[in-house]
Ligand binder design. Structure first.
Ligand SMILES: NC(=O)c1ccc[n+]([C@@H]2O[C@H](COP(=O)([O-])OP(=O)(O)OC[C@H]3O[C@@H](n4cnc5c(N)ncnc54)[C@H](OP(=O)(O)O)[C@@H]3O)[C@@H](O)[C@H]2O)c1
Length: 304
């Protein structure tokens, strides 16, 4: 992985996440409207077959305005090499596209083991790239999958083929384990930070019963809200975009919304990105190191 790798070189600092485009409780016409507005803004999109009918909504918007089709990061994987091509096709077909900018490698089972030991998967990643289906790769990390990435990095297997990392990185979550995070910083690896606003405004996460989808997020909001308040920054979205970009390794942050006004908040925040004051970043980082050891690494896979 290199910092100037071609697949990430021109990535804009905010990426529109499309989870909310697949929420069938929201009228389809409204979801299309937000998709079109994000296309007009010229940002990259992040998507997956797992987000309800988001791919179909996007396919419709793309067919209407082919000139505005964004660059895309799409989740691909899963448990063995043989699945990769089919997963790519099941995403590209509804989008009406022939390739994607970045494949987000979601690695489980024998595919994860193969990745950690420098196996055949790297040959297949190159083949898919040579065929133009995927122009580059970022590898997903969770606390329970961080170890395989540490092994692959230390083995040097990812060099020249995997362009960077992608994981939850926001004021309430840093899903690379402490060991992986330290490697990423030491080796200056590019990162795409996910879940920009940690799922919503910090005061709602702290105060509104049931707003945080897991208890630990509510507890973390109690710890982070005073730090946010002390910063004097009015907008949680601005605070979060600046938090992600306080790390030089972070090239972009992925946030989702089904509302034009919240999309506008993301777009406004990306126009004036300054790192947060060092003291604030250090305070949150100290919490994240502690959370990682005390909870993230102890948690059952996929439980958080
Ligand atoms: N493993 C993975 O690959 C993975 C996992 C999770 C997420 N992601 C990616 O990251 C993206 C973002 O993740 P996420 O949706 O979980 O988290 P997020 O972007 O932190 O939060 C989105 C939530 O925050 C609300 N929101 C956004 N801006 C707001 C604002 N200015 N004021 C108030 N509320 C606001 C949205 O509601 P409204 O729609 O009502 O605005 C939505 O409920 C996803 O779309 C996806 O592309 C990937």
């Amino acid at each position: 992985m290199t910092d100037n790798s071609s697949a990430l070189r021109n990535i804009p600092p905010y990426i529109y996440g499309t989870t909310r485009l697949g929420d069938e409780k929201i009228p389809r016409a409204e979801r299309l409207k937000v998709a079109r507005a994000a296309m007009d803004a010229g940002v990259w999109f992040h998507t997956s077959r797992m987000y309800g009918d988001a791919l179909e909504v996007l396919g419709e918007a793309f067919a209407e305005r082919p000139a505005k089709i964004p660059r895309l990061i799409i989740k691909i994987g899963w448990d063995n090499i043989g699945q990769l091509r089919g997963v790519i096709e099941e995403n590209l077909k509804p989008l009406g596209l022939k390739g994607m900018q970045l494949g987000q490698l979601c690695l489980g089972g024998e595919l994860a083991e193969d990745y950690a030991r420098g196996g055949d998967c790297y040959r297949v990643f190159r083949q898919l790239k040579d065929e133009g289906l995927v122009q580059g790769y970022v590898v997903e990390a969770f606390p329970w999958t961080s170890e395989q990435s540490v092994k692959a990095l230390r083995g040097g297997y990812t060099d020249g083929i995997v362009d960077g990392f992608i994981f939850y990185l926001n004021p309430l979550q840093r899903f690379a384990s402490n060991a992986l995070w330290d490697e990423i910083i030491a080796r200056n690896q590019p990162v795409i930070a996910m879940r920009t606003v940690s799922g919503g405004p910090v005061h709602s996460l702290r105060d509104v019963p049931g707003f945080a989808w897991k208890d630990y997020l509510q507890k973390r909001a109690v710890q982070v809200a005073p730090i946010f308040e002390r910063s004097g920054i009015k907008s949680w979205t601005e605070f979060c975009v600046r938090f992600a970009h306080s790390f030089p390794q972070v090239k972009a942050t992925v946030g989702s919304t089904a509302r034009i006004e919240n999309l506008d908040a993301f777009l406004a925040a990306k126009e004036k990105i300054e790192p947060l004051p060092g003291g604030i970043v250090q305070e949150i980082q100290a919490l994240q190191y502690q959370w990682s050891d005390e909870l993230d690494l102890q948690a059952e896979p996929w439980s958080m």
